[in-house]
Write a protein that binds this ligand. Sequence first.
Ligand code: GDP
Length: 295
Amino acid sequence: MFNNLSDKLDKALHVLKGHGSITEVNVAETLKEVRRALLDADVNFKIAKEFTVRVKEKALGQDVLTTLQPGQLMVKIVKDELTELMGGDVEGINLSGNPSVILMSGLQGSGKTTFSGKLANYLKNKKTKKPLLVACDVYRPAAIDQLHVVGDQIGVEVFSDRGNNDPVAISQAGIAHAKANGYNVVIIDTAGRLAVDEAMMTEISNIHKAIQPQETLFVVDSMTGQDAVNTAKAFNDILNFDGVILTKLDGDTRGGAAISIKSVVNKPIKFIGTGEKMEAIDVFYPSRMADRILG
Ligand code: GDP
């Protein structure tokens, strides 16, 4: 196995020290290791490059080379920068509406339905929240069934209308149902496609305009690496979404997509999915993610 980044940097700087004076050039050498670690974690190349330029400025400003353990200080600088890049403080979701409407968006298979259930369960456990799930995937009957299975599992009602093929009308009817029945959160699960296409974008955009949700969340599979960035950009261009949900972080991805997405769309990552079970949801903590990415 590889050493972690801290060891690598200590070693790199140690070797350089043995060769006489340590210069800006040597720091640049070390930063190659940082860049390699980021690329290994699937961070977009351009973003990794820009990032190391910033770290270099900081490192030179902090006299890294005169300290006893320059590698460790470098790692701290890198970690702090990464944490800041991914959002700094933990961000919540806007639940100020009555009901608060949360629209889920993302590709098919990203984990929207699963996450809708997880979020409903998470909010339900907060006692003051009474969530309703709304099934708006009109193309795949199995998707509606899946949401019902999830709803049954967590004891949350699912609103669906199987004969209806108009997702805008279903989402509006779902919100009306919530108002009439005392639900204070409405989570709307929508249809995804395997890739970004115009029909899907038009549909989600129409739903978005019609219901004006308090919160629009973009769900993305962290295992999809670089593609995740392009998908995020496409959805953000249409929806100007409020936050990102990074799923399947229980897999072996280092999670570099978190940095790339945040850098490109500049929206906070709010929650992560860490498994198929309804309890496998966690608030996103940038510093934990930085640790994971640095390995
Ligand atoms: P949707 O098409 O966007 O609604 O995606 P689904 O919710 O149906 O999820 C697609 C697949 O990914 C399902 O088999 C889920 O069980 C699985 N899945 C969703 N979230 C996670 C996660 O956080 N970790 C893992 N390991 N699997 C997940």
